[in-house]
Ligand binder design. Structure first.
Ligand code: MRU
Length: 335
């Protein structure tokens, strides 16, 4: 796995040979971004299953690995969705005599990876229709190829519009404290030759006032049944600014990010990370020793601020408590 903690300075690939190493890579954010976390967890499960531990019963082994990987990060529902999809396949296969369970789990993990790229491309096609030629897009965090199995969700929409010949320029919030915007979004857009301008999170209001933003597109870690969206900390203030300035605010996310079991965003678990990520930058203290700091990694943007949710099955609009269940039930379009 490409170690995202080292970007943009170094492109280092990690070889993870145990499920524990995969779990650590997810927890420590070597791999991050909701869909990428799900794909990595599925691969970690398959990897763990491929290395038998004595005479452990297969079902006990599967559930032990599932618990290990599920305990890494709490907010992105794609993690639990991917583990559930692996469990469904596992339970189906183990009821058939003579099945190679390891081969089946590897196949399912690779299918999850493949499906994610296809979903991102479909999302890109739907979302590109919302972008005018010559537009300026504000994004927050990194919802790009790095955060997925490839192509990206919010940045997938930007990529698709660019591929259609539209001129799209991206403003990337640096995204304190982990700097996914500065380190990752700027890196991958620059690599693709898509114009990108970096700003600190506090500069966004000024840009809105100057009418420099035409549209906002962000990703999501979990979307409740009513359309409330959990995404990287700082997303909510972007949505409030967008509304105050009459700028559309869109969310791009696969159906695997929608959690219909939660009626609204108040029940979404928000990950609290080490305050050291706030008081220190690349190992250097930027605050006085001993100062109290908080580090909620996500916030919830209420559905009323969300102009549209772009999925691989089409675009959901308010009222989301009707449009999201309809999309979740919709047959998956033929590839
Ligand atoms: O803490 P991170 O870097 O995993 O958070 C990532 C985000 O908040 C992304 O915007 C979200 O996962 C969508 S990625 C397509």
């Amino acid at each position: 796995m490409l170690d995202q903690r080292r970007l943009p300075g170094e492109e280092i690939y990690l070889t993870l040979t145990t499920p524990e190493a995969v779990a650590d890579a997810i927890r420590d954010m070597a791999i991050r971004g909701a869909p990428a976390i799900g794909v990595a967890a599925a691969m970690g499960l398959a990897l763990g299953f491929a290395r038998p531990d004595g005479r452990e019963d297969p079902l006990v082994r599967f559930e032990r690995l599932a618990r290990l990987l599920a305990a890494t990060r709490p907010t992105a529902v794609n993690l639990f969705w991917a583990i559930d999809r692996m469990r469904t396949r596992f339970n189906r296969e183990r009821r058939e005599p003579g099945r190679d369970l390891t081969a089946a789990l590897i196949e399912e993990a690779l299918a999850i990876e493949r499906d994610d790229v296809q979903a991102n491309r479909a999302m890109g096609r739907h979302g590109a229709a919302l972008l005018a030629d010559d537009c300026r897009v504000l994004t927050h965090c990194n919802a790009g190829a790095l955060a997925t199995a490839g192509y990206g969700t919010a940045l997938g929409v930007v990529r698709a519009a660019t591929e259609q010949g539209k001129r799209v320029a991206v403003y990337a919030d640096e995204t304190r404290p982990f700097l996914q915007g500065a380190r990752l979004t700027a890196w991958e857009l620059q690599k693709d030759g898509i114009p990108v301008t970096l700003l600190t999170d506090g500069m966004a209001g000024h840009l809105f006032q100057k009418k420099a933003i035409d549209v906002c597109i962000v990703g999501a870690d979990r979307i409740a049944g009513n359309g409330d969206v959990a995404n990287k900390i700082g997303t909510y203030q972007v949505a409030v600014l967008a509304q105050a300035h009459g700028v559309p605010f869109y969310v791009a996310a696969p159906i695997s990010t929608v959690d219909l079991s939660l009626p609204d965003g108040t029940a979404i678990p928000i990950e609290e990370r080490d305050p050291g990520e706030v008081t220190h930058l690349a190992g250097t203290a930027i605050a006085p020793a001993g100062v109290r700091a908080i580090n909620p990694a996500f916030d919830v943007t209420p559905a009323r601020l969300v102009g549209a949710i772009i999925t691989e099955r089409g675009i959901a609009r308010a009222p989301y408590d009707r449009s999201l269940p309809a999309l979740c039930r919709a047959a998956v379009p033929a590839r």
